[in-house]
Design a protein around this ligand. Structure first.
Ligand code: ATP
Length: 330
């Protein structure tokens, strides 16, 4: 079933939190809502969940109008950022809760709980209470609980943000694999671009209540449509036309007024005693080093081998990889 959102708006009083949102989530699709704090991604997820109303536009699932269906009756699975397990219930009881509410027979509940515990790799933890589980384990239980009722849509609100980096990376791929296997359409909110790029089929990049761009992770990264996307997803140097011309690059006809967005990994730095650039700073990032170059009045970001063969203050020349950069809306 496809979720279709057309021209959706949401106000809190006079403040417009969502502006003319158009979005569809296809069968088995994993969609990430990505954007900075306050851009409206949680609001959009809550509207889809039925936890918030909306004022303009429409929202349908498999052609059925969702406006008249309450949160409880939508049958969606929801996982929130903070561990929201019932504290007095064991992992197994938490997972089985939705089925118990639906008055399913005990044998069916037990079988389903066992299956889900295995799915999230917690077979041995069935009898533990939430406080006896790590953060990552608690989120696994929360995901299993959301999946127990075979939701038509899975909604994840920053489910990994409270976890440490290593657990987060592991769970990312676990969730993605699980979602692929089950084929449940999923919307996940995140402000972490790496999370969105590694997990999503489709990234929805949001800013100030609006969708800036929708695309595959590769599209969003290699062909950002706007200055905001180029800047928010990865890093870019944004050069006005006349500066880009310094690299011999001119905008396509009819596209004047745009900015040339240049990824650091597409900029090659070479030490050159007579070069026009100066190394402003070198930041060691582990796998590579990030270098800022003073270049004819601009600061250009580049990436080099982790141990570059020049030092801060050194004169350098820059060149671009073939096909580097993209023109974006200002
Ligand atoms: P974060 O990553 O910080 O959670 P977000 O992108 O999810 O950010 P939202 O929580 O959707 O942002 O909030 C969008 C905007 O709506 C914010 O400016 C917020 O202050 C405002 N907002 C959210 N909930 C309410 C509310 N109940 N009443 C009034 N304004 C609200």
């Amino acid at each position: 079933m496809t979720l279709d959102i057309r021209g959706l708006s949401k106000f809190y009083g006079t403040w417009q939190a969502l502006k003319e949102i158009d979005l569809s989530v296809g069968e088995s699709e994993f969609v990430c809502l990505l954007g900075p704090s306050g851009c409206g991604k949680t609001t959009l997820l809550r509207v889809v969940a039925g936890l918030e109303s909306f004022e303009g536009g429409e929202m349908t699932l498999g052609g059925r109008d969702l406006a008249t269906i309450g949160a409880r009756d939508r049958g969606f699975g929801i996982v929130f950022q903070s561990y929201s397990l019932f504290p007095q219930m064991t992992a197994a009881q938490n997972i089985g809760y939705g089925l118990k509410l639906r008055k399913r027979p005990q044998a069916e509940i037990s079988a389903r709980v066992e299956e889900l515990l295995a799915l999230v790799g917690l077979e041995e933890f069935a009898g533990r209470l939430p406080w006896q589980l790590s953060g990552g384990q608690q989120q696994r239980v929360a995901i299993a609980r959301a999946l127990a009722v075979e939701p038509a849509l899975l909604l994840l609100d920053e489910p990994l943000s409270a976890l440490d980096a290593r657990v987060r990376a592991g769970l990312r791929s676990e969730i993605r694999q699980m979602q692929k296997r089950l084929g449940i359409p999923t919307i996940m909110v995140t402000h972490d671009q790496e999370e969105a790029l590694t997990m999503a089929d489709k990234v929805v990049c949001m800013s100030a209540g609006r969708i800036e761009q929708i695309g595959s992770p590769a599209d969003i990264y290699t062909r950002p449509a706007t200055r905001f996307v180029a800047d928010f997803v990865g890093s870019s140097t944004l050069l006005p036309e006349e500066r880009a011309a310094g690299f011999g690059i001119v905008p396509p006809a009819g596209q004047s007024g745009r900015l040339f967005a240049l990824r650091p990994e597409d900029v090659l730095v070479r030490p050159d005693a007579t070069g026009p650039g100066r190394v402003r700073s070198i930041t060691f990032l582990g796998n590579v080093s990030r270098v800022e170059i003073d270049w004819q009045g601009d600061v250009i970001l580049a990436e080099t081998h982790r141990l570059p063969d020049f030092t801060e203050g050194a004169p350098v020349t820059l060149s671009l990889q073939p096909g580097a950069g993209v023109w974006v809306a200002p």
